[in-house]
Design a protein around this ligand. Structure first.
Ligand code: TNX
Length: 519
């Protein structure tokens, strides 16, 4: 009797352990149950794409299987040994998905292309974590039901200060997709370089693209419109929306090098930092630029920056055009001029049916709530976030600490930013909770999500980029995807360890938090 009791207890606890076995995925899914029979993936496996709407998700899966595992999975000729992608309309959110790995086959089901693509990314991650043996890849059985906590899971890359190039951006997009990050915010213009071809104003790229933050004489580096189309498509296949940022009226130095007639001047530290709000022609010029940009990026979102304008407004009060403007519109101070400028540009953005995105300085303005998104970055100015939310704006949360990835991730690091004792450690990136800065329930619904920003003044080459991005990108993904209640830093690190061989295999020069001495 006693024996039977022990035996059943043993079996029961075994069962619980089995069911509770941690799913290796990052970000951690909502629900993942391990089953006892898995699937063998090999060159005989075929792909079934149920509806034309899912074609891109199929292409993404096939491309990555071939590239990462040399598995040539073609369209299935029978219904055995298949991966099936299908749509099942439910009341669930668009990005949710279900992934079942069973002996008979694999199915990825979602409400939409976005959901199925997320499911494909989860499947790919489970696949790359396994080794192929004699052409067979043994996958454990899983029933996964998953949905993101936030719809905006962003990463920003500054390519003005240092240009990283198309191949590096593709690699970044691959990792973003594998971790289900879905917004790529592309900071393409700033003081050192203008990185996007504008056909109407060719000198922007040709002259504005010269130099970078550390070397003002570096050869021109920029993306042609064809490059941009290629990358936007590459991202779209991976459920990533690309948002361009054309920073104004500050951070405009590179543009002003190409077309000085629109410069509003600057100071010795930041020469020609601003566009000229006192010159009526500036508005037409910038609107023409934005028209070309808006056609290239189907996201329908234009980020106009609007940050740190006061860094370079020293010449504004001596500017006749600005003086006149202030008189005509009863504008009292330079802040007022800044706001006048942004409202004019907002009209241009809305005339293109795009939405206006801007840094938190612009929360001061009263713009249409449904068409404006504010990015809160100054963690030391919570009032600015409150103002944005009180005004009804939707917001993206990217506080400098811990979400500026130009800040070091280990206090011992000397290369990169530190703010007194402030830096952006892996646990800080992981443990961040929006609910600690936005306590009001209704206002929590205005938060679109979380984003990390990689500014590149100190990121001088591709290895440095890796070192700042990895592995924090994994922690960011889980902070943005996984509900707070399900997050656990220690459990995350167990899964993160399994990712390091993947970084090595992709030639990534990452920071190893488990062995900081490793290079
Ligand atoms: C602030 S964040 C900036 C950037 C810098 C960054 C450096 C923001 C909107 N402006 O121009 O690169 O700090 O950490």
């Amino acid at each position: 009797m006693r024996c039977i009791l022990f035996l059943s207890l043993f079996l029961f606890s075994g069962l619980i352990n089995f069911a509770q076995e941690q799913c290796p995925l990052i970000p951690k899914p909502l629900e993942a149950v391990k089953t006892n029979e898995g699937f063998v993936l090999n060159k005989y496996t075929g792909l079934i794409v149920d509806v034309p709407e899912l074609k891109d998700a199929g292409t993404y899966l096939q491309q990555q299987l071939l590239r990462l595992k040399q598995l040539p999975v073609g369209r299935a000729s029978s219904s055995k040994n298949t991966i099936r992608l299908s749509i099942k309309k439910t009341s669930k959110a668009d990005e949710s998905y279900e992934l079942i790995i069973a002996k008979e086959g694999i199915t990825v089901t979602g409400n939409s292309l976005a959901g199925v693509t997320n499911g494909v990314s989860s499947l790919l991650q489970l696949i790359v974590l396994q080794k192929t043996e004699n052409g067979d890849l043994h996958l454990s059985g899983w029933k996964i039901k998953d949905a993101p906590a936030y719809g905006w899971r962003g990463f920003m890359l500054d390519e003005s200060r240092h240009f990283m190039g198309k191949e590096k951006v593709k690699q970044l997009l691959d990792w973003m997709a594998l971790y289900k990050l879905n917004r790529f915010h592309w900071h393409l213009t700033d003081e050192p370089g203008w990185r996007i071809e504008i056909k109407r104003y060719p000198k922007l790229a040709l002259l504005g693209g010269l130099g970078n933050y550390t070397n003002p004489t570096a050869a021109a580096a920029y993306y042609t419109q064809e490059d941009i189309e290629e990358l936007v498509h590459y991202a779209a296949l991976r459920n990533i929306t690309v948002i361009p940022e054309i920073d104004m009226p500050g951070h405009a130095t590179a543009a002003n090098r190409a077309y000085p007639q629109y410069s509003g001047g600057g100071n010795t530290q930041h020469p020609d930092f601003t566009f000229d709000p006192g010159n009526e022609r500036t508005y037409g010029y910038l609107t023409n630029i934005l028209r070309e940009v808006n056609v290239l990026f189907p996201s329908g979102m234009l980020h106009l920056g609007g940050d740190e304008v006061s860094f370079g407004t020293d010449k504004w009060l001596q500017n006749e055009g600005i003086k006149k403007l202030m008189q005509q519109h009863a504008i009292k101070d330079l802040k007022g001029v800044e706001h006048y400028f942004m409202e004019r540009m907002a009209d241009s953005v809305f005339s293109m049916h795009a939405r206006l995105l801007a840094w938190d300085e612009m929360a001061d303005l009263n713009l249409p709530k449904d068409k404006t998104i504010i990015f809160w970055w100054r963690h030391d100015k919570p009032g600015q976030l409150k103002m944005a939310l009180d005004k009804g704006y939707r917001t993206v949360i990217c506080p400098r600490l811990p979400y500026y990835f130009d800040f070091v991730q280990d206090s011992a690091h000397r290369m990169g930013r530190k703010w007194g004792k402030g830096f952006a450690s892996l646990p800080d990136v992981y443990n961040y909770k929006v609910t600690t800065v936005v306590t009001d329930k209704r206002q929590q619904a205005q938060v679109l999500g979380i984003q990390a920003n990689l500014w590149t003044e100190t990121v001088t080459n591709l290895n440095r980029m890796d070192y700042m991005v990895f592995p924090r990108i994994a922690a960011l993904a889980e902070a943005a995807w996984t509900k707070n209640e399900l997050k656990n830093y220690d459990a995350f690190t167990v899964r993160l360890k399994e990712q390091l061989p993947l970084y090595r295999a992709d030639d990534i020069y990452f920071y190893n938090p488990f062995n900081p001495a490793e290079i």
